[in-house]
Design a protein around this ligand. Structure first.
Ligand SMILES: NC(=O)c1ccc[n+]([C@@H]2O[C@H](COP(=O)([O-])OP(=O)(O)OC[C@H]3O[C@@H](n4cnc5c(N)ncnc54)[C@H](OP(=O)(O)O)[C@@H]3O)[C@@H](O)[C@H]2O)c1
Length: 507
């Protein structure tokens, strides 16, 4: 592991939800595991008036809820400071610089700074510009470094993402910019690389000759909760597919990198994004299905439909479900369909990647085999119950040759000695150590937006493309089944629908 050099981490948006729920708990875990340098401080910035002490008190409630480690907690909280500033005001950055200088002087820290932008996205460019005006944006060769972490969403479409990249690059160099996608911080997602490239058995089969299709599901059982206002302007395609799910596609489909190193890995995933066959605007209804959950009883309780959620327009056509079929036009994947789907208010919370292998070429046991299970599957469970599952045929003991599907199941929790780290722990530590492998490069973000842009355009310009209603607690619109054209194939359903009394309809 690289050394973590002394530095100060500034969190813009320190009075917000992400800071208390994810960032501070992750930093505390890093502190407990002694991954943070001895000379290290966290400076929180928000508009809300607050003192260092109050900020510490507020954050104390979000770490170590069982109070198991009171001394460690107290020591960690001493590293936290707060400065009330409005980042829309250019003077704020001079005040911030002065505060950073004060903190550096306390512990003899060089001008090594990380800026974490946990603010509304409209402020990303402004903050980068403000830091540049205050003169605290540039690396000084062999003396100090500056890094900036940008939260999602990175743009709302191709043009805005391109523009944001362009603006950020006016103030920071590409190797200083860390665009976060917390999916890449998940252990099981990184394990995709290890499964593929640390084993000799998978890679020879990992191509169009042996793989029939690839399926990725990201399901949530919850609705939009308090995020209705944000979500109604985003939808599942922007919120999940453009970033998280396409990043998974990148790791599944990439060529072997020459090294487990940032440039090598990111070059290969970039090639995958460049090879995605564009879905033409006029073909969107053939390849993409969108849906919206409607009110229904789930586990005996009535849940509201999407349009009844707070902050959502009564006539909203924002998709809470999206399913896509697409192809990767390169040597390895030519002709192999990829299916991805993501939705809210589905029967369970699960993210999984399923590699469906082709059937054996000659079925000598076919009359005694369970019809649907003749394809071997490798299931990579990203969350929850992280692990790997291989489904294959075994002889059922007894006379004849009755073949049954057996599961070879590895649970990550059995495999790891301690707890599995949260994505933000890994990603924060990587940034502290200057490793951008698990962050998204600017060109890859743009390429991913380029792929989804025709879908956004079609939905905007062709109002007759249906939004299918699906009852909350089910696996989404039935029309999504039609994307998989082969008669005896369907999506993998990790569990059954939870409700059947609702109506499938066109909204
Ligand atoms: N929450 C999550 O789980 C999550 C997950 C993924 C990505 N994100 C992204 O992370 C970012 C923050 O999300 P959030 O949920 O934490 O939002 P939030 O709860 O609304 O917090 C926003 C923060 O930005 C600060 N802020 C707003 N305008 C400001 C200004 N002019 N000057 C200084 N500070 C300002 C707010 O400070 P005051 O309230 O003090 O004004 C607050 O601390 C967003 O871009 C979001 O998309 C969040």
């Amino acid at each position: 592991m690289n050394a973590t050099e002394p530095h100060i981490l500034t969190i813009f948006g320190a009075s917000g939800d992400l800071t208390k729920r994810k960032l501070i708990p992750a930093l505390f875990k890093l502190y407990q595991q002694k991954h943070l340098p001895e000379q290290f401080y966290i400076l929180g910035i928000g508009r809300t008036e607050n003192t260092d002490d109050n900020f510490r008190k507020k954050m104390a409630g979000w770490i170590d809820k069982q109070d198991e480690f009171p001394q460690q907690k107290q020591d960690f909280l001493k590293l936290l400071f707060y400065e009330p500033l409005d980042t829309g005001n250019p003077d704020a950055y001079i005040k911030q610089k002065n505060r950073l200088d004060e903190l550096r002087a306390q512990s003899d820290i060089p001008e090594n700074y990380i800026y974490y932008l946990a603010t509304p996205p409209v402020l990303y460019e402004k903050v980068a510009q403000g830091l540049a005006i205050a003169g605290i944006n540039k690396d000084e060769a062999d003396k100090s470094w500056k890094r900036i972490i940008i939260e999602k969403p990175f743009g709302v479409d191709y043009e805005s993402a391109k523009n944001l990249n362009k603006r950020l690059l006016c103030y920071f160099a590409e190797d200083q910019i860390y665009r976060i996608d917390h999916y890449l911080g998940k252990e099981t997602v990184q394990n995709v690389l290890v499964t593929r490239f640390a084993n000799g058995i998978f890679e020879p089969l990992w191509n169009r000759n042996y793989i029939h299709h690839v399926e990725i599901t990201s399901a949530e059982d919850l609705g939009v909760e308090e995020r209705g206002g944000y979500y109604d302007n985003a939808g599942a395609l922007r919120d999940m597919v453009q970033n998280h799910l396409l990043q998974l596609v990148g790791l599944i489909a990439m060529e072997p990198p020459i090294l487990a190193e940032s440039t090598a890995i990111r070059n290969e995933t970039m090639k995958v994004f460049q090879s995605l066959r564009p879905i033409k605007e006029e073909e969107v209804s053939k390849y993409v299905i969108r849906g919206q959950y409607t009110s229904c009883k789930v586990k005996g309780e009535k849940v509201p439909g999407y349009r009844d959620e707070e902050g959502v327009a009564k006539d909203s056509r924002t998709e809470t479900y999206v399913a896509l079929k697409f192809f990767i036009d390169n040597w390895r994947w030519s002709g192999i369909p990829f299916y991805i789907r993501s939705g809210k208010r589905l029967p369970t919370k699960v993210t999984e990647i399923v590699i469906h292998f082709k059937k054996s070429p000659h079925h000598i046991f076919s009359h005694q085999y369970e019809q649907m299970n003749t394809q071997n599957q490798l299931v990579i469970r990203v969350q929850p119950d992280e692990g790997l599952l291989i489904k294959f045929g075994m002889k059922e003991p007894g006379v004849g040759f009755k073949v049954k599907t057996a599961n070879m199941d590895v649970h990550y929790s059995d495999f790891s000695k301690g707890r599995i780290s949260e994505a933000y722990e890994r990603l924060l530590l990587d940034c502290m150590q200057g490793d951008s492998t698990l962050y998204i490069r600017g060109d890859a973000v743009e390429e991913a937006w380029k792929f989804v842009q025709p879908i956004l355009n079609a939905w905007k310009n062709q109002p007759d493309i249906p939004v299918y209603g699906y009852p909350a607690g089910t696996w989404g619109p039935e029309h999504a089944d039609s994307l998989i054209e082969e008669p005896d194939l369907t999506w993998r359903y990790p569990c059954k629908n939870l409700s059947n009394d609702g109506e499938y309809c066109e909204l």
